[in-house]
Design a protein around this ligand. Structure first.
Ligand SMILES: Cc1cc2nc3c(=O)[nH]c(=O)nc-3n(C[C@H](O)[C@H](O)[C@H](O)COP(=O)(O)OP(=O)(O)OC[C@H]3O[C@@H](n4cnc5c(N)ncnc54)[C@H](O)[C@@H]3O)c2cc1C
Length: 417
């Protein structure tokens, strides 16, 4: 075990250090559990490193992109979350790990660790597509950029005389009909038809001008969910005027022209890529594009003092890339670090699904809880309530409740950020 000498208030003490890289669902929940387990161990230090100074609630990103929520509502400052805890926050980007010397390099400095938790999540996997051709929905900046783009293209289409260019401005293409693609397309439809067109552009840009495509390479949308959820979601998307194309692959996108695998082309100024992710990790003993292989206790095989949680962890039978997996793994990892410190037996991780809920725009949602399929208005209310209580602070819960209430009486916000 490595030790360090810390001088605090002229008292010298020996400490052990646990470093967590990544302040998303996996990292923040690991830090929270460790804080509870180790609060009386002054000799143990917990450091959380994250690129941004906030924790981002990704399940509501599509609501920011479509004018329902403001960006600050879904971001919780990490310093606020850990204000009265023993977790120390370090804003910065970890650039390298040296597993042998147990060192993490961050921007211009380095930190040694006794235990390391990797929780750096994923990034969009674009394969051969140029970044400049598409919009993503992975972080707050992406959501703001997308909202600005939606407002801009309709503003431009409103005074565009060339019909061909106008078509391209009013075509929206979402690639990937997993949960993110489906939720986003439903919200996008509500934003465009229900707010932008209905309230603000009655003359030169009408509902007939708009086309929203949802493209998916599999033969069914939401392929990993059950048939009833797929069927209900498909019905709602149809009602919302979304053209769903399954068994359709994007071959290339160049100069705003999307070429499909059957040779057909769609011209669109706005293509949103939600089809696939790759891990975003620094572990040197795994290929960059692969999730990090971990044992039953979520440790890497080579270094038992390195744990992995969230989207980048891969057990023998891999759990889905979901927030509920990351938060459950976080608890196991915190308990197992304590067990290692106390020389006790480690516990294996087993994912217990808490069910699935999927929003489909205003007043519509679908899902499965305790093996029962549910959908409709009640499910939509349940979805909102569940997600509201997943926020870490009452401040954000109240803020979101207020914004959602305002949205019941007023159109969504079309201010560009
Ligand atoms: C639009 C969208 C909607 C989603 N909806 C749902 C949903 O409804 N339900 C659900 O269960 N899941 C949902 N997910 C998936 C869920 O967000 C992920 O499964 C979950 O966030 C994984 O947690 P994580 O800790 O592995 O990664 P993340 O939460 O992505 O956190 C990774 C963190 O690491 C930081 N980081 C990365 N590299 C470094 C570095 N080198 N140095 C410092 N910091 C770094 C990042 O800034 C980020 O804060 C959604 C995802 C998206 C993108």
């Amino acid at each position: 075990m490595q030790t360090y000498i810390l001088k605090e208030k002229n008292v010298t003490m020996v400490v052990m250090r646990i470093v967590i890289i990544g302040g998303g669902f996996g990292g923040v929940y690991t830090a929270g559990h460790l804080n509870r387990l180790l609060k009386n161990h002054q000799e143990i230090e917990i450091i959380l490193i994250n690129k941004t100074n906030y924790f981002l609630f990704t399940p509501l990103l599509h609501e920011v992109a479509t004018g329902s929520l403001s960006p600050a509502s879904i971001a919780e400052p990490l310093r606020e979350i850990f204000r009265k805890t023993k977790v120390k926050f370090y804003q910065g980007e970890a650039t390298k790990i040296d597993e042998e010397s147990q060192t993490v390099y961050i921007d211009n400095c380095s930190l040694t660790y006794d235990y390391l938790v990797l929780a750096t999540g994923t990034e969009t996997h674009l394969r051969h597509i140029d970044h400049k051709e598409i919009f993503e929905l992975k972080n707050l900046k992406d959501a703001i950029n997308l909202r600005n783009q939606i407002i801009d293209v309709i503003e431009n289409a409103n005074h565009e005389k060339n019909l061909h260019t106008k078509d391209s401005l009013t075509n929206f293409v979402i690639v990937g009909a997993g949960a993110t693609g489906v939720e986003l397309s439903a919200e996008l439809s509500d934003f465009i038809y229900g707010t932008i067109i209905k309230k603000y552009y009655p003359d030169n840009c009408t509902a007939n001008d708009i086309k929203i495509y949802l493209l998916h390479s599999d033969n069914t949308i939401l392929s990993y969910l059950n048939y009833k959820i797929q069927k209900y979601a498909a019905k709602i998307l149809k009602k919302k005027n979304i053209v769903v194309r399954t068994n359709t692959k994007v071959e290339s996108i160049y100069n705003k022209v999307i070429t499909l695998d059957n040779g057909e082309t769609i011209e669109a100024h706005t293509t949103i890529w939600t089809a696939g992710v790759i891990p975003n990790h620094l572990y040197t003993h795994e290929e960059k594009i692969k999730r990090i292989a971990v044992n039953d206790f979520l440790q890497t095989e080579k270094y038992p003092n390195i744990f992995v949680v969230g989207d980048i962890a891969k057990q023998e039978s891999p759990a889905p890339m979901l927030a509920q997996v990351a938060t459950q793994e976080a608890k196991t990892v915190a308990n197992n670090i304590l067990a290692l410190i106390k020389n006790k037996k480690l516990k294996p991780f087993k994912f217990k699904s808490q069910g699935t809920l999927l929003s489909l725009g205003s007043w519509r949602a679908t899902g499965e809880i305790f093996g029962i399929n549910i959908h409709g208005r009640f499910t939509w209310w349940l979805w909102r309530t569940v997600y509201l209580f997943k926020f870490l602070s009452w401040r954000k819960r109240f803020r979101i409740m207020l914004e959602w209430t305002i949205n019941l009486f007023f159109p969504r916000d079309i201010t560009k950020a």
